[in-house]
Design a protein around this ligand. Sequence first.
Ligand SMILES: C[S@@+](CC[C@H](N)C(=O)[O-])C[C@H]1O[C@@H](n2cnc3c(N)ncnc32)[C@H](O)[C@@H]1O
Ligand code: SF4
Length: 376
Amino acid sequence: MSGLYIHIPFCKRKCNYCDFISFTDKADCFIASYCDALKKEMSFYSQKLQSYSFDTVFIGGGTPSVIDEKFISDILFSLKQNFNITTNAEITIEANPGTLSEEKLLSYRKTGINRLSLGVQSMDDKVLKAIGRIHNAVEAIKSFNLARKCGFDNINIDLMYALPMQTDESLLDTLNKVITLAPEHISAYSLILEERTKLFDMYEQGKIVLPNDDEAYSLHRKCIEYLTQNGYSRYEISNYAKSGRECKHNLNYWQNGEYLGLGIAAHSAIRISENLERWSNTSIFDDYIQNPQAEETHDIILHDEEIFEFVMLSLRKTEGFSLSSFKERFNESFMERYSDKLKKLIDKGWIIVSDDWLRLTDGGLDMQNEVLTELL
Ligand SMILES: C[S@@+](CC[C@H](N)C(=O)[O-])C[C@H]1O[C@@H](n2cnc3c(N)ncnc32)[C@H](O)[C@@H]1O
Ligand code: SF4
């Protein structure tokens, strides 16, 4: 299984908490040059990866829905010309309420996009304002309903918690409103206060109050409780889905699968020779336009490091990983490699081994960093 990611680094306005690479000041001519550079990058990798077939495509950002839909159909057309995309591939686009229209959504459907990921974050207008979103709750609901009307039957809603102005009641009200919409998938992320963001400065200057660790943990438990009681199963630390609607693209990341990332600052992990190689593209806009193959980093992942990454990522999934698939991939037994440390973690109630599967318990998932430090 392998996935393709395309980064669209444009947004209408920078949200107060966000440190993803995106620009708010680029005119249409820059967007067109960016799409041309993407196409050049595609043609470079298509020759290298002729034997690959991709089961998932994720057009992420930034805000892919902020640019004219003609760019998106152009990108997908080139993608299909350059790569072997499987017939039933999951093709997702990220969108921001306040940037969608019927024409855009219908155009996405026409080009084969079959999954929409809508960044709602909260259904509380006070919270949305505090984090600098461009939309309000009514617009978020309108965008969701419009997407349904245009034929999207696989929709994710992104939410965030531990946000400024967000009370317990506000979060529960958001969860309730989102469940009423009945999306197939919900992501609920705890705010990460990133340096070099407006929110970080506001926090440092004492202009906003954020929940402490215990309060954030209690909000996290509320999400788990509420969503699992309402038909969404938690399949990863922050991700919930109705049965069979897990995000295949992200599952591939958590299985430490191979992926090609196209666009500025995109990451790739491909087994080029015997070893897994991982690289990231330049994060400087002009450099990318001039040379879309310009890399910022390039590492060869050695056997032990690949094992570490596999375990770290797989244990994010609530199902954990299959011991026989570990043996098949790495040619050694996980239980033998970690036998002494595993016993301690099982005794603490953080790890469960059942039949062929090893996974973290509910408590273990909350202590993931400690588990990994002990284990690896
Ligand atoms: C990179 S954004 C792209 C989606 C789209 N631009 C939007 O904002 O609606 C993907 C998701 O990451 C999450 N996210 C971004 N910055 C975050 C942060 N600092 N802490 C936690 N989650 C964050 C948000 O839930 C967001 O919807
Ligand atoms: S719209 Fe999305 S990518 Fe753009 S600044 Fe906001 S969170 Fe970041």
